[in-house]
Design a protein around this ligand. Structure first.
Ligand code: CDV
Length: 305
């Protein structure tokens, strides 16, 4: 048995601080067209794909901060992306900053959505693992203020019927945590799609700077294998407002092998033909969760340390 789906990563190069949403969306539609020509059925865009990675700046004016957030999705700037995907019959993953009015008040989330080939939003995820710091550190060349600007995601990790398979979503730093993938695998996820913005120099913790590309692939390859799933990781890459963002966007098979990868640090599409039935092989053998997991030995994982 085989259940093929063509999945594309749509890596973006840097986005300038003053670059309009409309211009970014034009870049994304060009990638969508390219992906369509190459047979893609699903396209994965990066984390916070509509703007520059604004958590690198300390801002105190709430209006200035909120200008980086979307209050509705789609909206006039992103509607052309939804329309293009619908016209081409392609589903997509999109990361963006979400400003939500909720019962508890105004919330700011680092969010991703799954949009199906009819243009309908079928899934939403809000980033759980927020990296960086909440305080201003003026001695550093740039900040990483995700803990300052975002609330911790309140939805948790899900799994959606999507494009003929079971898809889960994560966002950037989530990919470094084994729990991310396992919680989705336990819900049947066969493909985890995620976007990232990873500076190659981490000013507050530079000890592993020289290994940033290695660690990026290490976590996604190990997790794909250990959970018998595809992992699609897509970067915002290259030079962006004084920060160099890691490229290396890729698609990892359930074997842990990278089967497609971007070769530049700019706007680029790469595609892999993925057989989702491959996920089942190992889930019936080495990683048969029901048969082999010993959950009574895992309780400390959910204890707060
Ligand atoms: N956007 C991110 O979550 N970036 C982090 C960096 C700060 C380490 C990452 O895990 O790639």
């Amino acid at each position: 048995m085989a259940r093929f789906i063509n999945i594309a990563g749509a890596q973006l190069g840097g986005i300038a601080r003053d670059e309009s949403r409309r211009h970014v969306v034009e870049r994304m539609i060009a990638l969508l067209n390219d992906a369509h020509k190459r047979g893609a059925e699903v396209v994965v865009f990066p984390e916070l794909a509509l703007t520059s990675f604004f958590p690198r700046w300390w801002m105190t004016d709430q209006a200035e901060i909120d200008a980086f957030f979307e209050t509705e999705m789609p909206n006039p700037a992103t509607q052309p992306l939804f329309d293009a995907a619908k016209r081409l019959g392609i589903g997509f993953y999109l990361g963006y900053a979400e400003l939500a009015q909720e019962a508890g008040g105004t919330k700011h989330y680092n969010t991703a959505i799954l949009v199906d080939k009819t243009g309908a939003i079928v899934g939403k995820y809000r980033k759980v693992h927020l990296p960086g710091h909440a305080d201003h550190r003026p001695h550093m060349p740039y900040q990483h203020l995700e803990k300052h600007y975002f609330d911790v995601g309140d939805i948790g990790f899900g799994s959606w019927d999507f494009a003929g398979g079971k898809f889960g979503m994560a966002i950037c730093n989530d990919r470094r945590w084994p729990e991310t993938y396992r919680v989705m695998a336990l819900q049947g996820a066969e493909v985890v799609v995620l976007g990232y913005n990873t500076p190659t120099h981490i000013p507050w913790e530079p000890v592993y700077d020289h290994l940033s590309a290695f660690h990026n692939h290490l976590v996604m390859q190990a997790s794909a294998y250990q959970n018998s799933m595809y992992v699609v990781g897509v970067a915002k890459a290259g030079k962006e407002e004084g920060s160099n963002l890691l490229a290396g966007s890729c698609i990892v098979a359930p074997s842990g092998e990278i089967i497609a990868m971007a070769s530049t640090a700019g706007d680029e599409v790469f595609v892999a033909k993925c057989d989702l039935d491959i996920c089942l092989y190992n889930r019936k053998a080495m990683f048969n969760f029901a048969e082999h997991r010993q959950v009574h030995h895992y309780k400390k994982i959910t204890d707060r340390m």
